[in-house]
Ligand binder design. Sequence first.
Ligand code: AHR
Length: 629
Amino acid sequence: MTTIKVQADRPGVKINPAMWGIFFEDINFGADGGLYAELVKNRGFEFPDPLMGWHKLSPSKARGQIVVRDDDPFNAANPRYLRIESQGTDVFGVANEGFRGMGVRRGEAYHFSVRVRNVSGAPAMRVCLYSGDGALLETVQLDTFSAGWEKRTAVLHPSATDAKAKLCLLLDGPGAVDIDFVSLFPENTWKKRPGGLRADMVQALADLRPGFLRFPGGCIVEGSELDKRYQWKKPIGPVEGRPLRINRRIYAFVHRPPPADFQTFGLGFFEYFQLSEDIGAEPLPILNCGMACQFNSGELVPLAELEPYIQDALDLIEFANGPATTEWGARRAALGHPEPFNMKMLGIGNEQWGPQYIERLAPFLQAIRARYPQIQLIASCGPLPDDERFEYLWPKFRELKVDIVDEHCYARPSWFFENTHRYDSYDRNGPKVFFGEYAAQSDKMVSVENRNNLECALSEAAFMIGMERNADVVRMASYAPLFSHADAWQWTPDLIWVDNLNLVPTANYYVQQLFCLHRGDETVPTELSGVEQSQAVFAGAVRDNKTGEIILKVVNPGDGPLDAQILLAGEIQPEATEIVLAGSSPTERNSFSRPNQIHPVEAAVTVSGGAFTRRFQPRSLTILRFKGS
Ligand code: AHR
């Protein structure tokens, strides 16, 4: 019989309180069209196609024209605006399609704003919300515009809930106006912050209770060429002045049509730090190291010109942690956060490899260590967990005494099941590991067939047990990517799926959540014996020092139940708690029609003494919390 021996009387190793975290990247409408709650696409007419997302609305009797202009703009950083001229024979104007429609709810308020100036005549403007099938949901009128740019606002209350609404701006009466920065935000954003984040998406992150938040990616950090890299200093301050950037996802994936995805940067580094703080996660920014994405151009900044990149890193630390008397600390304070964000870690480069990376990493390490020796520096170890690029980099990282190495792995579930002992043999004295991007692929990497199914989730749970057992080496781990929009995804699988109104936590999400909620403070040595050859079982235990509880995690990926004897050294109370995540087939998964098909179920259970038998459900992750006596 399978025996799980939990040696609570033997010493374990400490677990990083921030061990399980989140990887955020603006992919699959992660930011614009997702977390950033703006409903208007291309609000400033700055997309390369300035009318992307917009179209002319011209009833048959209407006469007029729309023209994109950039002379005498409202904001020189985003110079384009739209002139609407109407002859007044009927209402005439434009509609915005949103991000695959706009999700609006009956009974909720939506804050509309526009920068507008009158050019000729004295037309009024009707601001209307229409449902996807053309029903009028709300209309308000703005009029008496002045000759200079001004901000006008209105609050819209849609009469029905609709996932595919659109916003229309119609001139009523002859004349012309210029419009720019057209915006529509739900009032009900996260923490009700004006211009803030989508509340249900942030709540899902908060509910994970993550240890850290890694941002802003991912390959987005690197850019396809260096001028398209993520530069954190640009998107801070008033959103109207933040420059647009093309999202490399538009051309990076040939297997899925691009989601017309540009980064308007309403979500910038200040907002990422604030989000980390809101959800109790350590902020973990990743910066460009002077290399563009090596899957694209791989463009390199010459070593002699690396200094501004390093300065960006030093300034970022000052922005996050410096007192308000410093230049960048003052910038943070001016944004409403005089207290430091207390950033402790910084990543230099994402998925880089080769000697060019080492040459660039070394001066970063030297400069940052000289000024901020307390910051833990993270180096990237390429895209795969075991290829020649990986083998080349690890010894170099040891020489450079890198604090933490960021390993990535997108592989079949079998890889995760077979590699649960990966870290048992890692050098205890070298750099620590951040398993910074991983997800089991039900088909293969970058396949549109990948699904967030139960088998993948259980393989990740099994691997996480292995990481937890090696918590003295593995300091952190995060599933990737985080979000995906059902109508605009390019990469699958993803931890959380959304459409314009709904959110689906995957089975993988629940695995992450269960590990976060039942993390423990130190490991408890655990031994498995008597496992039949035809069976796979994964088990590990940790201790919660506050409650004194022993937390046992068991994965039974098999199709049958598993009876196991549990031997627990030390006295325990008979009342225990059991949390089970299970399903009826390996391919089962949550969906928009059944968002909670797979979810954790908690029950009180009774156990007797320090030796007892428990049955573990087929295809399950079980967490048992035992109280000491
Ligand atoms: O998570 C999706 C992508 O996978 C990330 O952008 C990149 O770092 C990795 O290749």
